[in-house]
Design a protein around this ligand. Structure first.
Ligand SMILES: [Zn+2]
Length: 312
């Protein structure tokens, strides 16, 4: 697919390591070519690095020098050492030196970053942010986990130690359910997949676990309990976005991830609770929009991050 060039030209290769598939691609200006290979996490980081490098090489032109390389991965990433510290998608991986392994195969060291940071960078330059002409963006990717990131004045803000942009672990309810991180009532524990499932089971007074997709479909079909769940989850999301707006005054808030496929079922109540609680007057508030790049955002953002490293 091709599109008019966005800000910042140049070629880069990106990859997004998911639980079952690695999405990878080549970015030239704003045009892109992409493909997918299986993750196969059990075969280890050496095998993954080999298969990724081979797939990337197929995207190079004959005789072309290896361009900047970027890899997005869920979990705890040590960008400085280029290690995947831990990742729920890669069970058994512990401080895997993925950047070193890829560097030895490609002759160029890749930039490693969190997949949600990659998501928000891609959305800011080539997705929702581009359409809205936004420079400062908060992105949330809502699924089983709630990831996120910050782009400030067009650049990804990662913090001095690389741990910035974790809105999923902002405390929302001090007495709330225990989060995957061990704390109580984080945003992730309040609006992630498990929270949605629990909210529906509570209303139905039943033990059966329904997927968020089923709960969405039931809401669309007129199930009042299901509709209430999306109202409740959206209202919590809106309050969290108020907090982020008071801190950062963003131009735009982008909501993506699997749960965001509920669209206006989620975003309409989020916008309402946001409007009720945000201090900024109407006209001076960020717009809340759905993500635009679907699941290509991860590899595109990783490629953009790698390109930024070349042109600081
Ligand atoms: Zn947490």
């Amino acid at each position: 697919m091709s599109a008019p060039a966005g800000p910042g030209r140049g070629t880069a290769l990106g990859a997004d390591i998911g639980g079952t598939a690695i999405k990878l691609g080549r970015l030239d200006g704003a045009s892109r070519a992409e493909r997918e290979i299986p993750t196969d996490p059990d075969s280890g980081s050496g095998s993954l690095a080999e298969r990724l490098s081979a797939a990337w090489r197929e995207l190079l032109l004959p005789g072309e020098a290896v361009p900047p390389l970027g890899i997005g991965c869920a979990g705890l990433i040590d960008a400085g050492s280029g290690e995947v510290v831990t990742s729920a998608n890669l069970p058994g991986w512990s401080r895997e030196p993925l950047a070193d392994r890829v560097a030895s195969l490609m002759g160029r060291r890749p930039v490693l970053l969190n997949d949600a940071s990659a998501f928000v960078l891609a959305e800011s330059r080539l997705g929702a942010g581009r359409a809205h002409g936004a420079g400062t963006i908060v992105g949330l990717a809502i699924g089983t986990g709630v990831g996120g990131g910050l782009v400030i004045d067009g650049r990804l803000y990662e913090g001095p130690r690389g741990f910035a942009g974790e809105p999923g672990h902002m405390p929302i309810d001090l007495d709330g359910p225990v989060c995957a991180c061990g704390a109580r009532g984080c945003l992730e524990a309040m609006i992630g997949t498990r929270a949605i499932q629990a909210a529906y089971a509570r209303r139905r007074r039943e033990a059966t676990v329904h997927t968020p997709r089923e709960i969405f479909e039931r809401a669309e079909a007129g199930d009042a309990a299901a509709a209430e769940v999306w109202e409740e989850i959206g209202a919590i999301l809106g309050r969290a976005l108020t907090g982020l707006t008071h801190l950062l005054d963003p131009d735009l808030i982008v909501v993506g991830g699997g749960i965001a496929r509920a669209g206006e079922r989620l975003l309409a109540p989020a916008r309402r609770s946001f409007a009720q609680t945000v201090m900024a007057p109407e006209g001076l508030r960020p717009t809340i929009v759905p993500a635009a790049l679907a699941n290509a955002a991860g590899w595109i953002g990783a490629a953009l991050r790698a390109r930024d490293e070349e042109t600081p």
